[in-house]
Design a binder for this molecule. Structure first.
Ligand code: SF4
Length: 488
């Protein structure tokens, strides 16, 4: 379905992409159901709390330098602001720039909830502009504004005519989607509709969407080999740079879950090709990804020369570590992009994935196709394996870990890793999005896994001293029974 930039909201992943948070089955079945259209979300009998999409939405736009984010919400919804501010300052300092972005909340109270607060919102927007002179203003919405029908879009339209900077609503009402990644799309929609301008001229630039750009230097050097500059999004980007991303040669993203909306929107609206391959994690991922970029930017020969040189350095080393990892059994719990990407890498390193848990699942991306990482896995996985979709439901993960007793648990979210460690399972926290990037990242990752296996004292000691709340009865429950049967 085409992306509609004439609307003020992106729509949720549930409605656009058929995304779900409840599933229990296996790889072959998930792909089969996705393709034939029979996949249904399944409710839980019991659910732990999860994450609000506004964190993803407002976290993304606040990474842009020198903007104002105004969260039109009760104060609790803006509790993320100090963390976001520290993160942005540190990531800006790391590359030697200043980020003067401000993150404020309108502190809605009971009276605002009954009578509305559009009047005070207008004054807060004006005052924020007067004090900080931001280059753009993003207005976040919340459960409260959504429930009382606060007309934020009209306020934006009114003040756009009054203030000399772009203003956009970021529609991230917490209750509208169970899938926090819908917040990425809300941020992209706001950027596309308020900041990005039609192209004037093509430039030798690659749009590079990522989270925290820890490999900014390496990636900049990598593409300099091909005469191409990189525009990182959104962390540390400027409003002026974003205005011109429609002029780039292509858009790539470190994670398909993160990139689908912006990549497809730029392609549909301005003809900027969106590179849709498996991601650059592991050897196969890196080579497939770089070759496709090379094709799109017409640098195939240069890419092949680069790969040949790097392969000679790293592949023998990767093969050597692989011998020590072969046969290990692993459970994974990550966002859907990384669950399927990292499953491929673990298999590449000789490990067996016995269970993959994805925090949500997108039946398709915005180009109407199933995610490339899943397509790759279903064709190339040496064996079918169990899969579940659970929005960080730790109680399910611990049941799975207890049942399978894997050699390792891999997660990108610390909240699940710590519970696995308390259970005595060696765990690898794949926090950095670039931890397995390219040949060098794959080698370092393989060594990190080996280190974790060779020294198990942390989880052994912790597990011996911690009493978990789960009973034997709980561990004996079959994981599939946590979900209700779908209503057809
Ligand atoms: S928007 Fe809703 S779900 Fe999100 S933090 Fe606020 S109250 Fe909670």
């Amino acid at each position: 379905m085409p992306i509609n930039l004439t609307e003020t909201t992106a729509g949720t992943r549930e409605t656009r992409l058929g995304s779900i948070t409840g599933y229990n089955g296996d790889l072959q079945d998930l792909v089969h159901q996705s393709r034939c259209g029979s996949l249904q979300d399944r409710e839980r009998c019991f659910s732990q709390s999860s994450t609000c999409l506004s964190g993803c939405a407002l976290g993304q736009v606040s990474g842009i330098r020198d903007v104002a984010v105004i969260n039109h919400a009760p104060s609790g919804c803006t509790a993320m602001a100090p963390g976001v501010d520290v993160l942005n300052s540190q990531l800006a300092a790391k590359i030697g720039v200043a980020n003067n972005t401000v993150f404020v909340g309108t502190d809605m109270n009971e009276q605002d909830t009954v009578f509305g607060a559009t009047g005070s919102l207008k004054e807060i927007i004006r005052e924020t502009y007067r004090r900080y002179h931001p280059q753009a203003i993003f207005i976040g919405t919340s459960c409260v504004t959504g429930i009382i029908g606060e007309d934020v879009d009209s306020i934006v339209a009114e003040l756009e005519a009054e203030l000399p900077v772009p203003i956009a609503a970021v529609h991230c009402e917490g209750f509208k989607s169970r899938i926090w990644a819908s917040g990425f799309d809300a941020a992209d929609h706001a950027v596309m509709t308020s900041i990005v301008k039609p192209p004037q001229q093509k430039k030798p630039v690659l749009n590079f969407k990522n989270f925290f750009e820890s490999a900014r230097v390496e990636i900049t050097e990598l593409f300099a080999n091909f005469g191409v500059k990189t525009q990182f999004l959104y962390q540390n980007s400027t409003v002026e740079e974003l205005a011109h991303i429609s002029e780039s040669l292509a858009t790539v993203c470190i994670c398909g879950t993160l990139g689908t909306y912006l990549g497809n929107a730029l392609e549909e609206q301005y003809g900027v090709p969106y590179v849709r391959t498996i991601n650059p994690l592991g050897v196969t991922g890196f080579e497939t990804w770089l070759r496709e970029i090379g094709r799109v930017i017409h640098k195939q020969a240069e890419v092949e020369a680069y790969l040949a040189k790097e392969r000679a350095i790293y592949l023998p080393q990767i093969e050597a570590v692989k011998k020590e990892l072969t046969g290990l059994r692993a459970v994974i719990g990550m966002g859907p992009g990384y669950t399927f990407e990292v499953s491929r890498v673990l298999q590449e390193l000789g490990m067996e994935v016995v269970w993959g848990a994805a925090w949500h699942y997108d039946r398709k991306y915005d180009n109407d196709q199933t995610p490339p990482a899943l397509n790759y896995l279903v064709k190339n996985s040496p064996a079918n394996f169990k899969l579940s979709v659970a929005d960080q439901q730790n109680f399910e993960i611990l049941n799975i870990l207890n049942h399978y007793q894997p050699d390792l648990y891999f997660s990108r979210h610390p909240g699940t890793t710590v519970w696995a460690i308390k259970q005595g399972i060696p765990s690898v926290y794949v926090a950095d999005e670039y931890m397995i990037f390219g040949y060098k990242g794959t080698l370092n990752f393989a060594y990190a896994v080996l280190d974790k296996l060779k020294n198990r004292s942390f989880e052994t000691n912790l597990a011996a001293r911690v009493k978990l709340p789960y009973t034997k009865w709980w561990y004996q429950q079959a994981n599939a029974t946590f979900l209700k049967e779908p209503t057809r």
